[in-house]
Design a protein around this ligand. Structure first.
Ligand SMILES: Cc1cc2nc3c(=O)[nH]c(=O)nc-3n(C[C@H](O)[C@H](O)[C@H](O)COP(=O)(O)OP(=O)(O)OC[C@H]3O[C@@H](n4cnc5c(N)ncnc54)[C@H](O)[C@@H]3O)c2cc1C
Length: 290
């Protein structure tokens, strides 16, 4: 068996040049927590293009009205970052529950996005928060809405030769808040069976606006829950409104039955998690004092 080649570019330009000249040989690798499992299971990439030497892909900073999170930011960095916790609570919450400490210290936001698992924990918050993904390629940089990045399990709109450079989360206006809830078989080291992220502006009277709801692990990709969003939009989430939103989210979900859960349970858990996430929004708003 041919040995796998290895390269560690120091800049995005060097990485893109390698990809352009490699004839499909190179597979990017960041933390390796998804890729090396595939290698263990028999995948044989022609070459590993280690992105971890590229300083420009690191760091989390405020820039032009957004929070720019470099593709190499680890789950642990995202979870601990003060500005992420303050302005993108759902994302910090999701990063806190990924895998285990070891996985959180190695796994990256770029890898989570590029891997395109419908159960990826960081994706529902990014979708609910209206994030865009910066993609670097031979013709420069392009942007794709987080919700449009994945096209199916393990598939994205990335074309050969492109890299994810960052995710950009718009900084929220007054009263805007977000929450993430998920269920797995265990608290640690268990992929989500269902997850829900919600972002909304909470007004003084408790009414919600600009509601965005994203569902994980209940469709081939992370999806928006349009009917649930409509049921909550402009309304105070009273018990009756929440009941309507729960009925709506059951219709938004498109789950399957697999070895981890069945379809009916997943639909029901979407409703339960939506209720919990919306209740958490009201609590977060009260604490913020906006
Ligand atoms: C034991 C275990 C538990 C886990 N638990 C969870 C969990 O609870 N929740 C969860 O969401 N995930 C979980 N994962 C999956 C994984 O840890 C995450 O998806 C992680 O974010 C992947 O990031 P990485 O940097 O390790 O990606 P890598 O393995 O390095 O790469 C993954 C894929 O993305 C591509 N890639 C990486 N970076 C880029 C980039 N910048 N541009 C383009 N392509 C890129 C690679 O080519 C590869 O195809 C778990 C994995 C393991 C092994």
């Amino acid at each position: 068996m041919a040995a796998t080649a290895f390269a560690r570019p120091a800049t995005v330009a060097e990485a893109l040049a390698a990809l352009a000249g490699g004839g499909g040989r190179w597979t990017p690798v960041a933390g390796g927590t998804d890729l090396l499992v595939r290698v263990r299971d028999g995948a044989r990439p022609g070459g590993l293009l280690d992105l971890t030497g590229i300083e420009a892909l690191r760091g989390i900073r405020e820039e032009a009205g957004a929070l720019r999170i470099g593709a190499l930011a680890t789950h642990a960095e995202v979870a601990a970052h003060e500005v992420v916790r303050k302005h993108a609570a759902a994302l910090a919450e999701a990063a806190t529950v990924v895998g285990s400490p070891a996985i959180r210290n190695r796994g990256t936001i770029g890898g989570n996005l590029a891997n395109a698992s419908p159960a990826a924990d960081l994706v529902p918050p990014l979708v609910a928060l209206g994030a865009v993904v910066e993609i670097a390629g031979p013709d420069g940089c392009r942007e794709v809405a987080a919700e449009a990045l994945a096209t199916g399990p393990g598939r994205t709109v990335l074309v050969p030769g492109e890299l994810i450079a960052a995710a950009r989360v718009p900084l929220p206006g007054p009263g805007r808040t977000s929450a993430f809830r998920r269920l797995g078989a265990r608290r640690a080291l268990a992929i989500a069976k269902v997850s829900v992220a919600v972002a909304a502006t909470v007004w003084r009277d408790g009414a919600l606006s600009g509601v965005r709801v994203a569902l994980g692990a209940v469709a081939p990709t992370v999806i928006r829950a349009a009917a649930a969003e409509a049921a909550l939009e402009g309304r105070v989430p009273s018990p009756d409104v929440l009941a309507e939103a729960e009925a709506a989210v059951r219709t938004d979900a498109r789950p399957i039955t697999d070895i981890r859960s069945n379809e009916t349970w997943r639909r029901e858990m979407c409703a339960v998690l939506l209720r919990r996430a919306v209740s958490a929004l009201a609590g977060a708003h009260a604490r913020s004092g906006d």
